[in-house]
Design a protein around this ligand. Structure first.
Ligand SMILES: NC(=O)c1ccc[n+]([C@@H]2O[C@H](COP(=O)([O-])OP(=O)(O)OC[C@H]3O[C@@H](n4cnc5c(N)ncnc54)[C@H](OP(=O)(O)O)[C@@H]3O)[C@@H](O)[C@H]2O)c1
Length: 286
């Protein structure tokens, strides 16, 4: 890999946001691009973006939490194009809440998409990536390196993905497959916040009970993050494209200088108290 003129890339979760932008960018760069969605009838924004960009994208149904769908999706790509050169694990969901207020089933559901979804896709793709000398690129998150208050389920699932991919990378390298994880900070213009339940913050506050003061403080902290450099899906797609084409992509790829600096905090925080001092401020009166 990766001769863009011949490479075949499969991207998960392309109905909106980063996945949609990545699919369009990959097609524009010359990849044979298979953009997968849970529901092809709801891929309206993707179809519009593909038409606007005047590129060719193969839209395929694939739910990363459904074993049959994962297996059929990967098999279909290989039958259709004869190879698979790259998997982009992008499908993901957020979750806002805290353990005492969240049914276990909801916590498991986040894990199913963000962690087991990426694992199932990687597992199905590996034989084909070994054959092509391909690569696995996963969209992580800075919240998957530093635990964010009221994001316990999401941080846990993304931490799990980090550990999984970090442990897999050296093993995969021995069989010719490169593994990278792309780490965005804040990304605007995606459906992520709404899907995470952040769209109805007053309802969360109303149900927060003893956690109400901390949740209010967290909401104020989020609202106060005005100077945080926010990226767009095309910005992240550009980073994914580099990971797809770089002959030796790094394992961990922060998407901007802010994310690089933020991740650095964790690496220097040997007893965990630097991060605790920071995040405790986010749930206290400002
Ligand atoms: N937005 C941010 O600030 C941010 C920051 C860091 C990392 N990320 C990560 O970036 C990735 C993309 O998120 P985004 O911001 O672009 O949000 P988004 O617009 O909500 O996109 C998420 C995509 O995942 C899909 N998806 C959800 N469950 C799925 C399943 N079971 N099977 C297949 N696809 C599924 C969604 O499809 P449906 O339309 O069918 O639900 C949607 O296409 C996620 O992994 C997220 O954790 C986002």
């Amino acid at each position: 890999m990766t001769d863009a003129a011949h490479g075949t890339v499969l991207v998960t979760g392309t109905s909106s946001g980063i996945g949609l932008a990545t699919a369009v960018a990959a097609a524009r760069a010359g990849f044979t691009t298979v953009a997968t969605v849970r529901d092809v009838d709801r891929a309206v924004a993707l179809r519009d973006a593909v038409a606007r960009a005047q590129v060719k994208v193969d839209i395929l149904r694939l739910d990363v939490t459904d074993a049959d769908s994962v297996e059929t999706g990967v098999r279909t790509v290989v039958e259709r194009y004869g190879r698979l050169d790259a998997l982009v694990n992008n499908a993901g969901v957020g979750h806002l809440g805290t353990v005492e207020l969240t049914p276990l089933a909801d916590l498991r559901a986040v894990m199913e998409v963000d962690f087991f979804g990426a694992v199932a896709m990687t597992r199905a793709a590996m034989p084909h990536l070994r054959a092509s000398g391909g690569r696995v690129i996963t969209i992580g998150a800075v919240r998957g390196v530093i635990g964010q208050p009221f994001n316990e389920a999401y941080s846990a699932a993304k931490f799990a993905v980090e550990g999984f991919m970090e442990a897999l990378a050296p093993v995969a390298a021995r069989v010719g497959v490169r593994v990278s994880i792309v780490e965005p900070g804040a990304v605007d213009l995606t459906s992520f916040a709404d899907n995470a339940g952040g769209g109805d913050f007053p309802a969360l506050i109303a149900a927060a009970g003893p956690y109400e003061p901390a949740l209010r403080a967290y909401g104020d902290w989020v609202a106060g993050q005005l100077d945080l450099p926010v990226q767009t899906p095309p910005d992240i797609a550009e980073v994914v494209l580099r990971a797809l084409t770089d002959p030796e992509p790094p394992f961990r790829i922060p998407t901007n200088d802010w994310a690089r600096g933020y991740l650095g905090l964790k690496l220097a925080d040997h007893d965990g108290m630097l991060v605790q001092a920071m995040t405790r401020r986010w749930v206290s009166p400002q």
